[in-house]
Design a protein around this ligand. Structure first.
Ligand code: LIP
Length: 265
């Protein structure tokens, strides 16, 4: 029997240690280690070092669990559980010295596939502001000890977040989609860290979030936060969040956003 509270406590402890390392390395100066899918898709030495710390802590505490990380790939486990990790979400912010980035850690049960896994634990830790968002399935979403609830837009419209992919070839479609959702919005935020965009929807700091192209580690923890805060998080119609789309908001706003995202007219 999985003890979700024990998993959550471990994930929180690891996220805090990893976040402190990321924050310390940022203060010492950050070196770009490589580019990945596109020139704009960078990885820093700190990304790699932080993921290695997380991976080592998990391997020591839970050697039979699987791992799926942005920088070091996937390793299947024997326990049926997988840790889905983005060591520094908001890498470009981090490299530029913008203090808006997070360690994102989720523990999922079943195949490591966002379309089928069951998320048990989600932790998103923003070390620059020492804010730790966390959730266990069925136990609500929290910022430290404060329970979270998604918000409804006011008559002024919805405060929405979005993002643009690293590949310039995708920007025209992203901008067209933005044009379709703008009539619902009072304003748009593009803060650059998907896990924090999702955590902010859970906290009511944003009314909604729409982005195409996210990786499993970008949304694994944040999606659980939103669902546990009473929101809906989906991808393409009838699907869970994934590479093709992520839409997160209260149920009423989610429906309005999905209508505009998927209907090109
Ligand atoms: C980033 C996301 C961001 C998205 C970027 C990138 P990374 O993750 O947090 O929302 O727009 O394209 O996927 O690369 O910083 O871990």
């Amino acid at each position: 029997m999985v003890d979700a509270r024990e998993l959550a406590d471990l994930a929180i402890d690891i996220a805090r240690e990893a976040g402190e390392l990321a924050r310390r390395r940022r203060g010492e100066g950050v070196a770009i280690a490589a580019t990945k899918s596109a020139l704009a898709d960078i990885v820093t030495e700190a990304d790699r070092e932080v993921e290695l710390l997380i991976r080592d802590r998990i391997a020591t505490a839970r050697p039979d669990d699987g791992f799926l990380g942005e920088e070091s790939g996937a390793e299947r486990g024997a326990s049926g559980l997988t840790w889905v990790v983005d060591p520094i979400d908001g890498t470009v912010n981090y490299a530029y010295g913008i203090p808006h980035y997070a360690v994102s850690i989720a523990v999922v049960e079943g195949e490591p596939d966002p379309q089928t896994w069951e998320a048990l634990v989600g932790v998103v830790y923003a070390p620059a502001v020492d804010e730790l968002f966390h959730a266990r399935a069925g136990e609500g979403a929290w910022l430290a000890e404060t329970r979270l609830q998604v918000s409804e837009p006011t008559d002024a419209g919805a405060l929405l977040a979005t993002g643009f992919g690293y590949d310039p070839a995708t920007h025209a479609g992203d901008l067209a989609r933005l044009g379709r959702i703008m009539p619902v919005a009072r304003d748009i935020r593009r803060a650059g860290a998907a896990s924090l965009d999702l955590a902010y929807v859970a906290a009511g700091r944003l009314d909604g979030y729409v982005e195409r192209g996210l990786q499993p580690w970008d949304h694994a923890a944040g999606a659980l936060l939103v669902r546990e805060a009473g929101g809906d998080v989906t991808g393409m119609p009838g699907e869970r969040p994934g590479r093709t789309m992520t839409i997160a908001a209260s149920p009423a706003l989610h429906s309005r956003l999905a209508e505009r995202v998927f209907h090109e007219s």
